[in-house]
Ligand binder design. Structure first.
Ligand code: NAP
Ligand code: MG
Length: 402
């Protein structure tokens, strides 16, 4: 069989520990034998980030801006223990944080569903994708511990001299105080990226805030979303047969649980933080969760939602063959290849991505899977290590490509 060609490159970001091992296995067994892989390679493994003073992360982010599509392996975010372990010059920042800051993106997280693993919420039979507004609110709040009686005020001084001032509370005892902010420009680009994502995946979009209580702050989110929907997306949504639905956050939570899934749930920053952990746990496994960062300019960065699976890596170093699950990392690759194909009009590449995903799911459906899935799976299973699992997926893939 002739290998599939790629006109334009994907930005490839290698990573750390067990996922770095899986990365190589996936390329060697599932990609390179079938695709003339065209990537621009950046080594985001911690030793090279340290060697380049983290410049490699910045370079990779700028490369995504240039080529529009990237795929990233999980990476270590250093803490004090890692600084010691890797003898780092500095406690480098989270690569994902750096990439997000440079691309100004929104993260969409979606579970990979198989009939073998039943979600804890039995009605959910389609994926629920969560979009989190990763800007402002409590994550960038200013807070004080108030030592004792006194008056707290909220004060805004405009550049043009306007002043707004209001008493927050007259403290009669010690307490706490917090100031939060957000910006129309950030909310607007968040709204646009979400509407675009719903359109491109043909899913209904839900959005919720607490606008009944927060009549300026949360209501601004509601109004901006509604305005952008009416002005830019209403006709496109109607043509695609999908819906934009706004409700209160409490109502949304209740409806999500009663739903069958199959929609995009757009969340404010804190709601997205908390609810994405709830939804991913309820769908079964972090190892079956993909994540894509989409920027307002239309740049896409795909990755697995899990980390570098450190405990498995230490066993690998001792010569063991751990049963780490490569599915989310494979789906990061297929997401990037499909998007590359879409942007370049490369149908063969898109079809390959579909077949590789189907091969993964068929392998699991047939009962061959890694330990983490077997623990959640219904029916008879054959637990294999990562190498054997990838070999089984390759056999399925070859059947589909024949
Ligand atoms: P983790 O790597 O996601 O692993 C947590 C545990 O979840 C593992 O020990 C394993 O459980 C299970 N698990 C996760 N992915 C799995 C897979 N593919 N196959 C099988 N089991 C899987 O999270 P962590 O241990 O908190 O973090 C490890 C490192 O990853 C840290 O240095 C952190 O900074 C980094 N991290 C990176 C990213 C990213 O790059 N996006 C995200 C999160 C964390 P058992 O050991 O019980 O089998
Ligand atoms: Mg969280």
């Amino acid at each position: 069989m002739e290998k599939i060609k790629m006109q334009n490159p994907i930005v490839e970001m290698d990573g750390d520990e067990m996922t770095r091992i899986l990365w190589k296995m996936i390329k060697d067994e599932l990609l390179c034998p079938f695709v003339e892989l065209n990537t621009e390679y950046y080594d985001l493994g911690l030793p090279y980030r340290d060697e380049t003073n983290d410049q490699v992360t910045v370079d990779a982010s700028n490369a995504i801006k240039k080529h529009k599509v990237g795929v990233k392996c999980a990476t270590i975010t250093p803490n004090a223990q890692r600084v010691e372990e890797y003898k780092l010059k500095e406690m480098w920042k989270s690569p994902n944080g750096t990439i997000r800051a440079i691309l100004d993106g929104t993260v969409f997280r979606a579970p990979i569903i198989t009939s073998r693993i039943k979600p804890y919420v039995s009605r959910w039979n389609k994926p629920i994708t969560i979009a989190r507004h990763a800007y402002g609110d409590v994550y960038k709040a200013t807070e004080f511990r108030i030592p004792g009686p006194g008056k707290a005020e909220l004060l805004f001084k405009g550049e043009d001299g306007t002043e707004m001032r209001q008493t927050i509370y007259d403290y009669e005892c010690a307490g706490v105080l917090q100031g939060q902010y957000n910006k129309d420009s950030s909310i607007e680009s968040f709204a646009r990226v979400c509407f675009e994502y719903a359109l491109s995946t043909k899913q209904d979009m839900w959005f919720a805030t607490k606008d009944t209580i927060s009549k300026q702050y949360d209501q601004t989110f509601k109004f901006i979303f509604q305005r952008i929907y009416d002005e830019e997306f209403k006709e496109k949504f109607e043509a695609a047969g999908i819906e934009y639905f706004y409700t209160l956050i409490d109502d949304a939570v209740a409806r999500v649980i009663r739903s069958e899934g199959g929609f995009l749930w757009v969340c404010k920053n804190y709601d997205g933080d908390v609810m994405s952990d709830m939804v991913s746990t309820a769908f079964g496994s972090l190892a079956m969760m993909t994540s894509v960062l989409v920027s307002p300019e239309g740049n896409y960065e795909y990755e697995a939602a899990h980390g570098t699976v450190t405990r498995h890596y230490y066993r690998w170093l001792k010569g063991e063959k751990p049963s780490s699950n490569p599915i989310a990392t494979i789906f990061a690759w297929t997401g990037a290849l499909r998007k590359r194909g879409e942007l370049d009009g490369n149908n063969e590449l898109m079809a390959f991505a579909d077949k590789l995903e189907a091969a993964c799911l068929d392998t699991i459906e047939s009962g061959t899977m890694t330990g983490d899935l077997a623990a959640l799976s219904e029916g008879e299973t054959r637990v294999v290590n990562s190498e054997e699992f990838i070999a089984a997926i390759r056999a399925e893939l070859e059947k589909k490509l024949a």
